[in-house]
Design a protein around this ligand. Structure first.
Ligand code: ZN
Ligand code: ZN
Length: 369
């Protein structure tokens, strides 16, 4: 079938919306008509080759839409179901078997290889194949082919156009706080970087009962929103030393840090802000080879720890519907993070996300035939 898709052809370059051919779903695949898709910083990082993702490629990995057709072997969803598409995984490696699919031994192959595990792509133009299957979906398009492992059925009465970011950025932030750091009642937390991932963590920490939530950023507008969404304190790190301020607020440091920037100097500040036995969770998409330096004595003698976290370690089939229920109950207002753009303005959506002008860009497909 003919589709429209935004094709990435070069580093730091605009995507081009092109008419492409999408193959019918295979027996184990699902065809989804996109309603909207979020823009994640990982899309930008892959455009710019933070990992060696092949180009030309259709990126996009926060798709929300409606199932249009299913392969003969698919039983998880049916045509007409409202769905979001999340990260893909193999389903049979030791981590997948242990319900830890965000650490699938072949996470790269299933999400970043630019094609299916057999090397094929469902997308092509007259000149030949275009790389696809990014995060098992390539959702910067009017239609996607995805898989039972990465499709999540969602309730019909939720606003579908909002839901894509739950599949990556929002579940990364909320999952880190709820599933991994397991922040409890009375806990103290510092969130470094109050973008969409950090603020998803702030909302989750509020839900979990944290009583001191400190947001750190360079952008005053974001810090204003951070307070509205649950921060008890904010620090603009361009004018204040965040480590010193956190010590003033807490006395001995925070129980938890949630570091979303991926910048080595900020990770170091987060580690220095921890109280004894404190834990720092890190989720930033740093380029391969990025190194950090830490004071080993500070780390070891006080039982501090640092923990890498992917996709909030969430089981998407359980966690995403739960976040939607909380949203519908008014407990998790992630819609406050979102700015909509028409699909044909995807490059503006990406530029505004990259510059920090908006927190979470979502492109809507309804203006493109
Ligand atoms: Zn696996
Ligand atoms: Zn993402």
């Amino acid at each position: 079938m003919k589709i429209s898709a935004a094709v990435t052809r070069a580093v730091k370059s605009s995507m081009t919306i092109e008419q492409l051919e999408l193959k019918e779903p295979r027996a184990d695949e699902i065809l989804v008509r996109l309603v909207a898709t979020g823009v994640c910083h990982t899309d930008i990082a892959m455009r710019d080759q933070a990992y060696p993702v092949p180009q030309p490629i259709v990126l996009g990995h926060e798709g929300a839409g409606v199932v249009e057709a299913i392969g003969a072997g698919v039983s998880k969803v049916s045509p007409g179901d409202h769905v979001v598409m999340t990260y893909n995984s193999c389903g049979h490696c030791p981590c997948c078997i242990d319900d830890a699919a965000t650490y699938c031994h072949d996470f790269f192959g299933y999400n970043f290889a630019g094609g299916r595990p057999d090397g094929s792509s469902p997308i092509s133009n007259d000149d030949g194949p275009i790389h696809g299957n990014f995060f098992g979906q390539s959702s910067f398009a009017t239609h996607s082919i995805c898989h039972e492992r990465n499709i999540v059925k969602v309730r019909d009465d939720a606003p579908l156009e909002l839901l894509g970011p739950l599949a990556c950025g929002v579940q990364t932030g909320a999952g880190a706080i709820i599933n991994v750091l397991e922040i409890g009642v009375g806990a103290t937390l510092a969130v470094f970087g109050t973008g969409s991932v950090g603020l998803s963590g702030v909302m989750a920490a509020r839900l979990m009962g944290a009583t001191t939530i400190i947001g750190i950023d360079l952008n005053d507008d974001r810090l204003v929103l951070a307070k509205k969404l649950g921060c008890t304190h904010t620090i603009n790190a361009s004018g204040e030393n965040p480590v010193e301020r956190i010590m003033e607020i807490t006395g001995t440091g925070v129980d938890f840090c949630f570091e979303t920037t991926g910048a080595p100097a900020v990770i170091r500040q987060a580690m220095e802000s921890l109280t004894l036995r404190g834990t720092c969770g890190i989720v930033g998409a740093s380029p391969i080879g990025t190194e950090i330096s830490l004071d080993v004595v500070h780390l070891m003698t006080a039982g501090r720890s640092i923990r890498g976290i992917v996709e909030g370690e969430s089981n998407p089939d359980i966690f995403i519907p739960a976040l939607i229920d909380l949203y519908m109950q008014g407990q998790f207002p992630f819609d406050k993070l979102i700015t909509f753009y028409p699909f044909e303005d995807i490059n503006q959506a990406i530029d505004d996300s990259e510059s920090g002008k908006v927190l979470k860009s979502v492109v809507r497909m309804n203006n493109v035939e």
